[in-house]
Design a protein around this ligand. Structure first.
Ligand SMILES: O=C(CO)COP(=O)(O)O
Length: 246
C-alpha cells in the first residue's frame, strides 16, 4: 500500500522567522506519526532552506509551490527545477488554480512544468478542479478530464500526485462532501490510467473534516492551505485517524 500523502501549501505566507516558530511547535506534534503516511510542506521559496533545516530528521519532505519548465534563462522572477533540487526539494505543485487564474497559466505550460519536474527527479503534484460556475453548468467532469489529459501528456504516472481541488472549496470553508470528493478522485484515477497514482483532495480541509475524507476509498491524501499554517491544526490533520470500519 502506498503511503497517504498529507501536504501543506503555505501559499504567500510565512517569513523565515515565522517558519522557525512553526517548526518548533510542529516537531513534537508529529513525533509519533504512523509510517503509513508522508507529510509534505510547500513553503514560499524564500523559506525553503529554513524549513528544511528546522524540520531535519522529522521525515517531513519539502515541496515547491511551482517550478519553471525551462532549464535556465531570462525568466525574471522564476525558479528552476535544478535550483529546487539543490535545496533538497522533492515535490513541486503545478497547475494550482491560483497561478492558473492570476498568471493565466495554460494546460500546455503546466504540462511542461510537470515534465521538467520529473526530468529532475521531482514529483509533480498536478492540481485540477472546476469553478463554481463550471460545477453549476454541469461541466465539472469535462473540465477535469481536459486538465488531466493535457496536463499529463508524456508525464510518467508512476511518479506523480494529482490533487483534486474544486475552486469553490478553496479558502471558502466549504469542504466538498467526502463522497463527492471521492467520486471525482475515482474518476481522476481512471483518467490517469494508473491505479496506484496518489490522488489527493484539497479545499478547506481542516481538523473536523480530515478523518472522513481519509476514510474514502479513492482519496489517498490531502492538500491543505489555510489549516497548514497553524502547527496544531496541521498536526491534527497529519495525525488523521483511520476509522476502524474501513
Ligand atoms: O488551495 C489549497 C491548497 O493548495 C486549499 O486551500 P484551503 O485549504 O485554504 O482551502
Amino acid at each position: 500500500m502506498a503511503k497517504a500523502v498529507i501536504a501543506g501549501n503555505w501559499k504567500m505566507h510565512m517569513t523565515c522567522a515565522e517558519t522557525r516558530e512553526f517548526a518548533a511547535a510542529f516537531r513534537p506534534l508529529i513525533s509519533d506519526l504512523p509510517d503509513d503516511r508522508q507529510v509534505l510542506i510547500a513553503p514560499p521559496f524564500t523559506a525553503i532552506p529554513t524549513l528544511s533545516r528546522h524540520l531535519e530528521g522529522t521525515g517531513v519532505a519539502i515541496a515547491a509551490q511551482n517550478v519553471h519548465w525551462d532549464e535556465k534563462g531570462a525568466y525574471t522572477g522564476m525558479v528552476s527545477a535544478a535550483m529546487l533540487v539543490e535545496h533538497g526539494v522533492t515535490h513541486a505543485i503545478v497547475g494550482h488554480s491560483e497561478p492558473r487564474k492570476y498568471f493565466s497559466e495554460s494546460d500546455e505550460q503546466i504540462n511542461l512544468r510537470a515534465r521538467t519536474a520529473q526530468k529532475h527527479g521531482l514529483i509533480p503534484i498536478l492540481c485540477v478542479g472546476e469553478s463554481l460556475d463550471q460545477r453549476e453548468t454541469g461541466e465539472t467532469e469535462r473540465v477535469i478530464h481536459r486538465q488531466i489529459e493535457q496536463g499529463l501528456e508524456a508525464v510518467d504516472p508512476t511518479r506523480l500526485i494529482v490533487a483534486y481541488e474544486p475552486i469553490w472549496a478553496i479558502g471558502t470553508g466549504k469542504t466538498c462532501a467526502a463522497d463527492e470528493a471521492n467520486r471525482i478522485c475515482g474518476l481522476i484515477r481512471g483518467w490517469v490510467g494508473h491505479k496506484d497514482v496518489t490522488v489527493q483532495y484539497g479545499g478547506s480541509v481542516n481538523p473536523a473534516t480530515i478523518d472522513d475524507l481519509m476514510a474514502q476509498s479513492d482519496i489517498d491524501g490531502v492538500l491543505v492551505g489555510g489549516a497548514s499554517l497553524d502547527p496544531a491544526s496541521f498536526a491534527r490533520i497529519a495525525n488523521f485517524r483511520v476509522s476502524a470500519t474501513v
